[in-house]
Design a protein around this ligand. Sequence first.
Ligand code: ZN
Ligand code: ZN
Length: 652
Amino acid sequence: MAKLLLTKLFSSSPTKSKEEFTHLCSRGFLRQALHGFLPEVFADPNLFSCLLKACSTSHESLSHGRQLHGFIVTCGASADRFTANHLLHMYAKLGNPQAAALLFAGMPRKNIMSYNILIGGCVQSGDLNSARKLFDEMPERNVATWNAMVTGYTHFGFDEEGLEFLSQMRRLGLHPDEFSLASALRCCAGLKDLTFGQQIHGYLIPSGFEADICVGSSLAHMYMKCGRLQEGERALNVMPVLNVVSCNTVIAGRVQNGDYEGALSHFSLMMASGFTPDQVTFVSVISSCSELSALGQGQQVHALAIITGADSSVPVTSSLVSMYSKCGSLQDSINVFDDSSDESDLVLWSAVIAAYGFHGHGRRAIELFEKMINNGIEPSEVTFLSILYACCHSGLKGEGLWYLELMKKKYGLLPSLKHYTCIVDLLGRAGHLNEAEALIKSMNVEADGVIWKTLLSACKVHKNAVMMERVAEHVLRLDPEDSASYVLISNVRAAAARWNDVSDVRSSMKERKVRKEPGVSWMELKGEIHQFSTGERLHPRQNEIDEYLRELIGKMREQGYVPDTSMVLHDMEDEEKEYSLAHHSEKLAIAFALLSLPHGAPIRIMKNLRVCVDCHNAIKFISKIMEREIVVRDVSRFHHLKGGNCSCRDYW
Ligand code: ZN
Ligand code: ZN
């Protein structure tokens, strides 16, 4: 009876058109649509779907949604599968999985769509178990079901499961959509599974998805993550338009693969093409400058970050703090930290604590660490690593051990291999070799080559030949190609005149084709990076450099410099040893710097390995004779050399 009356009302008001109603719904004017058209909706339950769709767009609509649900039940439309599915969708979309599940359970007739909607809701709220249960109990599935499972599992980091769903889907002859393909490629990147990634690529080419922005950049990202830079860039070139995101993918990809100069050159290209770099770009570019110790370029990028306003974001600020520190300018990194408005960010604090540690200011690092805790910020594993590193490089044994305990006991954080390596380094340098060895054996994580190598160099410094052999065996077991350990063992045995044992080492080196990692040093001159490799004569001004170095070493000898050949393989002639020492990359770089920089300008160089004992000593002499400040950044720390002394107090 009521229905009949309403129908009459509807037909008697010709001004209210169906178009007006759908227009209101599509623009989200739910209240107006409902109030103005209630009789019409009751007359034609199909109109509920429009209202429900409008309702799904905003969280505030949940109360309207419940009201609508009530109306639907009242007018008997809830048995209609079409309307019920829309209702289900609304609850799933508004993040109310319980209501959706309840409704679903009461639905007399469900179809694939009903299941898909509910699975979508579960996936969206991260309830993968329920999604899986529904998936398993479905009598029938379609492409959308499978796609929902692939994107759901991959979104929450279940890379293997996500890829398994994709494989099954392909085996059934179903076609994944661009979202599941892009997700699957990101899984391959996460797992570094190049083979699977290439299979997906093979599938993309005929499907035409290769040119899709989302799929194309995921493909490029996958290749770059797997170390295939060229394929990655080729994938980007296939895409119809370059944009900031694709530029960022290239730059980040090059950084991940250690091609920092390539990253900077793509950045120049990006700027020249008129794209405005964003936060993501700046973080990659600043870290490239920092890896290359390119202070000049770093300053330019900083200026650009200020212009674009990106410098106010915490990730950018943190990378600036560590860039300045790693480029040898601690003061600049402190300035950036002091200027930053966000003092509540842990990453930023960790960066500045690491900066102090890197420059050997252990006490200052500790002060900051304590200040941070007083400000109510809870330290993370990363902060503890920074503070342990700082203690280690300032020889603060007691403090280092105390922080290791604090980390475990007070903050319940499990120290990783990196934390332990810092402590082994700290104990080893201080000569507590047995304590360091005992620590390695008591760790709850498995030792790697690096931690044993750390102890090995301590054995060398403290001349403990017996332990050295034992430790070197561990190193070579875990890292059979470590040339430095072979050289060490061989020299220890040579010093004890154990010639048979020496030739054993030599032959196993030959057998394994071990070659020494070449020492490489860099320096930046007028925005250009100059590279020097030990024993190689590749620089255009090499003759001049050799000549200059020969004169310089002559002057140094007059002042008492004696080359230390203990780390050169013993079976070279003395003269040959000295020649090879004189051509260590850091000496070449410093000679070039002295030749090309204006008088009095500080020299900044960077080296890929630790500075060797002889070079360290030689650079001290150079800083005194030439009255120059020399900053050397090696793989483990900074050395500020001035007037014949080094900031590391010969502790590195
Ligand atoms: Zn050297
Ligand atoms: Zn030093």
